[in-house]
Write a protein that binds this ligand. Structure first.
Ligand code: HEC
Ligand code: HEC
Length: 282
């Protein structure tokens, strides 16, 4: 028994060393011009499908045949999805042709996937694939609108799509997140704030405790921001000013290198709540 355990331990150690040696050697080619091998691709695709299915749950889609919904979905699809996924008669943009994995043609997806799964992927995105999460950019209703349009894709010929293109644009529906008053300064939920920070490129410029990969110094580090006197050296540090800064840094300081990241009101409140948990300087 003892010997067997030792043999297993040695075998595991050898396997780990071999794996590390392979990684360290740089032999794995990460170039996007080289496709995944068939087994790796099949495995990753299967992992993705199972993961989506597990998380979709039993939420009932709204009425996806509604004409107004499909029309609004078309407008959003053209603005947010067309560049990568193309449309009947329209190729994706050149950058999308260079992506690995290549963005799927959604006509096939619309035929094969239940609407709720398309909704899930559009809302939460797919890690390590280039498929963005739209949760922080589109409201739930808007994502259902896009899904309604995607579901209608298989019925559209290139000529149909062109005709849609020529129609006057449907009026934009305001997203409910914007309807919240920007006046009151109530903080949101710090946990949601941490996720929202992860979804707005904050980590590409700031050191932020608790955020994976947030180790860059383009802007000031945010440790201890909860106890600092000023925000960006100009605004007294209080919740109202913090929310304002996160939403409209350019309004506060037109010369600031911090860009306006289109942060929604609710997300700014959640982010601010998280930032106020950062009290320590290290
Ligand atoms: C920056 C490029 C990009 C944009 C923009 C984009 N996607 Fe994707 N999408 C991808 C990539 C890459 C994948 C993963 C590869 C794949 O399976 O297609 C993907 C996968 C998907 C899938 C799973 C398809 C399948 O059969 O595997 C759906 C559904 C989807 N995207 C919907 C959308 C919708 C809806 C939008 C617009 C709101 C959108 N995507 C915008 C790149 C993009
Ligand atoms: C392109 C880089 C960049 C991105 C992305 C960015 N910031 Fe900044 N941020 C800066 C810079 C530069 C400053 C300093 C601005 C100044 O003093 O005018 C700053 C200042 C700040 C401050 C005030 C810090 C202090 O010490 O007073 C906070 C808080 C902040 N950013 C939070 C965020 C959050 C949260 C996000 C994501 C929503 C974010 N930033 C995204 C560059 C960035």
């Amino acid at each position: 028994m003892k010997i067997r355990l030792r043999t297993i331990a040695i075998a595991l150690a050898c396997a780990a060393a071999a794996a590390w040696a392979f990684v360290y050697s740089g032999r794995y080619n990460i170039a996007a011009t080289v496709q995944h091998t068939e087994p790796v691709y099949r495995l990753l695709d299967y992992v993705m499908r199972r993961s989506v299915k597990l998380r979709t749950g039993s939420a009932q889609p709204p009425d996806l045949a509604d004409a107004q919904r499909i029309r609004n979905g078309f407008r959003l699809y053209r603005a947010k999805c067309l560049q990568c996924h193309g449309a009947p008669g329209i190729a994706p943009q050149d950058f999308a042709l260079g992506m690995t994995p290549a963005p799927a043609n959604l006509v096939a997806t619309a035929r094969e996937w239940p609407a709720a799964e398309i909704f899930w992927v559009a809302r939460y995105g797919i890690k390590m694939s280039g498929m963005p999460a739209w949760q922080y950019r589109l409201s739930e209703r808007e994502i259902w609108d896009v899904v309604a349009f995607v579901k209608a894709l298989p019925t559209l010929s290139p000529t149909d799509y062109e005709r849609w293109n020529d129609r006057p644009p449907a009026p934009a529906t305001a997203s409910p997140a914007d309807a919240l008053s920007a006046e009151s300064a109530t903080l949101g939920d710090p946990k949601a704030g941490r996720r929202a920070i992860d979804q707005h490129l904050c980590a590409t410029c700031h050191r932020i405790p608790g955020i994976t990969g947030a180790i860059k110094d383009v802007g000031p580090p945010l440790n201890g921001i909860g106890t600092r006197k000023y925000i960006a050296g100009v605004l007294p540090n209080n919740p109202a000013n913090m929310i304002r800064w996160l939403r409209h840094p350019k309004q506060v300081d037109p010369l600031s290198a911090m860009p306006d990241l289109n942060v929604q009101d609710k997300d700014a409140r959640d982010m601010a709540a998280y930032l106020y948990t950062l009290k320590d300087l290290d």
